[in-house]
Design a protein around this ligand. Sequence first.
Ligand code: HEM
Length: 451
Amino acid sequence: MDSGPGAGTARELPVVPGGLPMLGHAIAFIRDPGTFLLRHHAALGEALTFTALGMKVASFSGPQLNAAVLGQDDNTLNRRFIHDRLTPAFGEGHIFDDPPELIAWQKKVMRTVLRREAMAQHVTTMYEQAERYTADWGPHGEVDLVTAVHEMIALFAAHCLVGPRFGRAMGPALPALLDPLVPAVFMSFAIHSRAPLPAYRRRNRARTALSRALKDIAPGDRPHGAEHGLFETITSTPRPDGTTPDANTAAAILTGQLFGGYVNPSAQAAWSGVLLLQHPRWLAVVRDEQGALFDQTSVPTPQLLDKMVWLDRCLLEGERLRPSARGILRTAVRDVNIGGHLVPRGHMVLVSPAASHRLPHVFRDPHSYDLDRYARRAEHRATPSPLIGFGGGRHPCLGMAFAQQGMKVLWSVLLRDFDLELVTTDVRPVSPALIAPPRRPCLVRYHRRKP
Ligand code: HEM
């Protein structure tokens, strides 16, 4: 199918009927974007348009249409809408900023803590942090799984993205500082981000405290094994215009990096584990894999992680069924033809992992939990990629490998060291929400396997 800029002979998108005055379809969409879109796909197809809060949204699902949207350049579909909503949470000069040369500069500095050699060191740090975190759990007991996962992922992000001093001082406090940013970003889709609301005041207090801590601690800190810390790299690497960022900009970039390193991975890691624990047949397979690998060695390495293929599949199924990025948004800068459909200038453009990951012509029996789909059937290897939980095209997630590694280490430690059983069996997503982690309390009973 033809896709690309220009209206050409493109046809108009079918319109989702109904909707409330002013709100349009916002309530149904926000409550559960995947269910809303899948319901309308049945009648209208996988390219459609609806209104929400006065905005016109052109929505596309399925591998070909997703690729057609995500492959567009920023002069056709830009990310200003989401960028403007992240600025009050992170501070001026954070990621997603333009022009393109500046984005390239930002990615270059952020990669210094994400490249291969750094990632190998992060394996050791992450195992140490997860083992230390669970060390005082005792021989058996109950914990809130969602809280435990959030706290461990926060420790990984603080230690590996900033450094051990920051990790020790701020790792345990990070959830309290990053959590208030999430609902504030979500609310700013509907209400101006400077409105005098308690949620925005909480956001401002949290951002200021985090920025202060970063400016105090991060300049002298660096991840284990790294030559330089990220803060130092940012403030000493000239931008394309020759200037170097000040401490406030460095703190904004680091806040964005910590947000990326905590908010999405903690929701997705929690769901991946909940789903696995709800499916004992697959739990046994993934647990046995840990047992077999750690029978041969006690030293976790990147090579050992590579051998955890069933755990990989468990994380892929978590990404597919409960993607933490339920929608990826753009704005049409000009009229554009997406897969033969006309998207007029000014429309929001949406691709939805939540809907795309449950299409029956892409994933067999799409609502069922089945790790075999990534083994013999290799449903995820179709081209273009049917899994888009980490985006794709022009702006794939910069931290995908970091997030996957963290989620993997976390579940490797929990499944290797404990027998786990869900106490809360009816686990539902937080709703409405920007990211929809499992609702708390989500209790799990544990028995330690080795002394
Ligand atoms: C489970 C965890 C994660 C998920 C589901 C996730 C999801 C995504 C998605 C869907 C995008 C594409 C956004 C778009 O196209 O508009 C994205 C981009 C991005 N992510 Fe992640 N992310 C995760 C973890 C991380 C981590 C750990 C970091 C950093 C340490 C990170 C940093 C970024 C950055 C910098 C971009 C922008 C890339 C660009 O502009 O080209 N993410 N992420």
